[in-house]
Design a protein around this ligand. Structure first.
Ligand code: SF4
Length: 205
């Protein structure tokens, strides 16, 4: 890593006491999208009306839903969408592993790389050339440029499933998984039951 300060080490805004006390006694959950399409996060939202009663039992810290960008307290459960395709993904995934008791790969991209891993059969330089130099949508007459800047996370040579970077505790397959499957796993975990995802929610044939 070339960053002098990790993103999760940047200063945070203090949480006001009322908000903080409202989280007491609740199961703390965090979620993040790495290299995916956010479809799995939308599947989480597809729990629809079941989310509201859930919020009496859980509180969602870092997530794209809350727009909280750091894990400010240790979490019981972390949901990871997407695989690992750049150095920022590695940093974020390790931060989740360090701060979540249970870490869950949600969806095909997190479980085995998914669609982004299709680039694994090519050399990275060829993928970049196809995207930025030889692209049929390149602006005619413009000099082709492959973006490079210290602030742009460097791509990994291959796209990796999350468990190749850190240990993952559970895997919810699907592209995206059904909201019922995510709810079933979350409901088991917050009520202290062994996770038992029924096959009826876990097959696609
Ligand atoms: S598994 Fe499917 S829905 Fe989920 S992030 Fe990957 S491509 Fe999107």
């Amino acid at each position: 890593m070339t960053d002098e300060v990790r993103s999760d080490e940047l200063p945070t805004t203090a949480v006001d006491p009322v908000t903080s006390s409202g989280r007491d006694g609740k199961v703390k959950v965090a979620m993040i999208g790495l290299c995916g399409c956010w479809g799995c996060t939308l599947s989480f939202l597809d729990m629809d009306e079941r989310i509201l009663p859930l919020l009496t039992e859980i509180t969602i810290l870092r997530s794209s839903l809350t727009d909280i960008k750091r894990i400010t307290e240790r979490c019981a459960i972390g949901f990871i969408e997407g695989g690992v395709a750049n150095e920022d993904n590695i940093e974020t995934l390790r931060h989740f592993r360090d701060n979540c008791d249970v870490l869950i790969s949600v969806g095909a991209c997190a479980v085995w790389g998914g669609v982004p891993a299709m680039r694994n059969v090519f050399e990275l330089k060829d993928c970049l050339a196809e995207a930025y130099v030889d692209s049929p949508t390149a602006v005619a007459g413009a000099a082709p440029v492959i973006p490079f800047h210290p602030d742009i996370p460097r791509l990994t040579t291959k796209v990796h499933p999350c468990h190749e970077v850190v240990e993952m505790d559970y895997f919810i397959p699907g592209c995206p998984p059904d909201a019922d499957a995510i709810f079933a796993v979350l409901d088991d975990l917050i009520h202290g039951r062994p996770v038992a995802l029924p096959r009826s929610l876990n097959h696609y044939d």
